[in-house]
Every structure is written in C-alpha cells, then in structure tokens.
Design a protein around this ligand. Sequence first.
Ligand SMILES: [Cu+2]
Length: 170
Amino acid sequence: MRFSVLAGAALIFIAAPASAATYTAVVTTPGVVWVTDVAPVPAMGVAIHQTMKAFVPAFAIVPVGTAIAFPNDDAFYHSVYSDSPGNAFDIGLYDTGPGKSVRFDVPGIVDIHCHVHGTMHAVVVVVDGPYAQTTTPNERVRIEGISPGRHLVHTWTGGPVAATTTVDFR
Ligand SMILES: [Cu+2]
C-alpha cells in the first residue's frame, strides 16, 4: 500500500461500504496511486522529511491509522504541527535526526506546517476506504471495481475539507 506525490492534483476516494467483501483492483487512468483489494490497513514506513526548509513529499495519501515519521534532514531545527480538526498535533522543536512519528486516526485533510519556517506546508489526505486516486485537471475519472450499491464519493481539490456525494454504482 503506497502513496504518491502529485501536487495540485484533485483527489477522489470512496469510503468502504460495510457489506462489500471484495473489490477488484483496477487501474484505468493515469495518476492512479492507490488501489487495493482488501479493507484499508495502516501503511508502514511512511515518512515526510524536512529537507532544505521543505516537506518532502509535500503531499501524501495514507490509510487511516497510519503513522508518519517526520525526520529532519536539515542542520537546523524544525517544529512540525497541524491544527486540522481530528488530526491536530505538535511535535515541538527538534534537531537533525529521525524526529518523531504521528499517527493519523481520523479521515480527512491534514494541513501540516512548521513553527520555525512559515513557508513550509504539506498536505496529508487520510482516507478510510480501499480506493483512492489522484487526478489531473479536467480528467474524466473512471471508477471501477466498486461493489454495486450506494457509496460515498469524496472529492478534494484543495482547502480544509473534501466534498462528499452519494453515488449509485450499478
Ligand atoms: Cu521548519
């Protein structure tokens, strides 16, 4: 289970219906970054580095329950935090080294900043479904492999929250 970096792209994901036992993992469009055939489980080994006063990567999609490490690759201090509801944290000031990890337990958009460097910004999208896909502008998104029935479809194109609609899949 992996994530990828696509700055400026829209994100679409589908919450897992409780009744769906299986999914088919289908890659249909460029930019698909995360498809799996099981219920979401936390990802392992995810890290967002602080490198030359920037978050690398600055965009990540992770399944709910994933812990992200924040290693400091710079020769000076960083202080990483978020005020995003449900996933707010502040790991305080830390020097070069592995830093600390933060576990993200609530689905949603997490804006991440540094107290020391106001220009640093990263976004983590925490998803509670087995299907997520980044898109490019004006791309027609084709969603396959979803069990028939009514599902929640979330789209995010920036900002603090995702838009949610109900879609009947047939
Ligand atoms: Cu910093």
